[in-house]
Design a protein around this ligand. Structure first.
Ligand code: SF4
Length: 313
């Protein structure tokens, strides 16, 4: 597999780029995700020429405009420098499959960054670089390091990175209607586990594809797919997908095996076992009785098993 390029706030990799010359090393990101992702570290404040060490900055609401100004010296305004720096990064940002941002930063924070108005903080801001990233690359999977501690959000982000990577791999060759339909077929069950109505819409969109609208449909498809996958998959949707997959075994397993599957899916539905348990049982049956659609579906192996992302209850 080609390397999966993921942008990251530089301080999270242990680089000494913070305003005080320190870092915010995150071992899970570097040691675990680093085995699968190739990181491109970037510090917008250093890139903007603010130096290390540098005066700490914060978001301030000044006359209804959000500015990035010095914590001690409000006349130090680095808003434009940060915006201009962000805009110059498009060429390499365009090649990414994901981005991990440092939370709470007036440059990198993705959400709930403190905005001061008359010295009263409100958690309503977005860092200047993070804002640019989200506006300019709406289909790029973006997450904060703090939120990666939540198993559901972590799995959601990593899955989206892998999906975007597979999309980018497909787009390295000339796009064909067959290729697009196959991509959808392999991701359909994943989409269903996130949001069933959106998954159905994706199916309808793919049914419209013709030689003369291929590029337009492909663009709409990946935009809609990534929006669908941003919705965190629910236990109920997973149960529907597992039952859907089970339907492909109807004629090939006996009643005891069928009952075992029903019981295992029910156990998952009740929160007694993690998703990996019914999935493993299904994989076992499909190894013995292969089915092209299920075997090819990335729902069965969405990301490397070593990441243990499906093992949480
Ligand atoms: S600007 Fe971003 S990358 Fe640089 S130190 Fe602050 S949070 Fe880290």
């Amino acid at each position: 597999m080609d390397s999966i390029l993921v942008g990251i706030s530089s301080c999270l990799l242990g680089n000494l780029v913070r305003y005080d010359g320190a870092h915010k090393y995150h071992s899970y990101i570097e040691r675990t995700l680093g085995q699968y992702f190739q990181f491109r570290a970037f510090c917008p404040e250093v890139e903007a020429g603010l130096g290390v060490p540098r005066p700490a900055v914060q978001l301030r609401d000044i006359g209804s405009h959000i500015r990035v100004v010095g914590v001690k010296d409000h006349s130090l305004d680095v808003t434009e420098a940060l915006r201009e720096t962000a805009e110059k990064q498009s060429p390499w940002l365009d090649g990414l499959c994901g981005y991990i941002l440092k939370k709470d930063s007036p440059s990198c924070g993705m959400e709930r960054v403190k905005v001061y108005k008359n010295d009263i903080p409100a958690r309503s801001g977005v860092g200047v670089f993070a804002d640019y990233l989200q506006q300019r690359f709406p289909t790029l999977p973006i997450e904060e390091e703090g939120r990666l501690g939540d198993p559901g959000l972590r799995e959601n982000f990593i899955q989206r990175v892998f999906v975007r990577h597979r999309w980018r791999q497909m787009c390295q060759s000339p796009l064909t209607a067959h290729g697009l339909m196959r991509f959808h077929s392999r991701h359909k069950l994943i989409a269903m586990s996130h949001e069933q109505n959106r998954a159905r819409e994706l199916g309808r969109l793919i049914a419209e594809v013709r030689a003369d609208n291929l590029d337009e449909i492909a663009q709409r498809y990946i935009t809609e797919l990534m929006a669908c996958l941003k919705i965190v998959a629910t236990r109920g949707n997973h149960v529907n997908v597992l039952q859907h997959i089970q339907g492909y075994l109807k004629r090939t397993i006996d009643s005891d095996d069928k009952q075992e599957l029903v019981d295992t899916i029910e156990s998952y539905r009740q929160g007694n076992v993690p998703l990996i348990v019914p999935l493993t049982l299904l994989r076992h049956h499909f190894r013995k009785q292969p089915d092209a659609f299920v075997d090819e579906s990335f729902y069965m192996t969405p990301h490397p098993a070593e990441l243990s992302l499906l093992n949480e209850i």
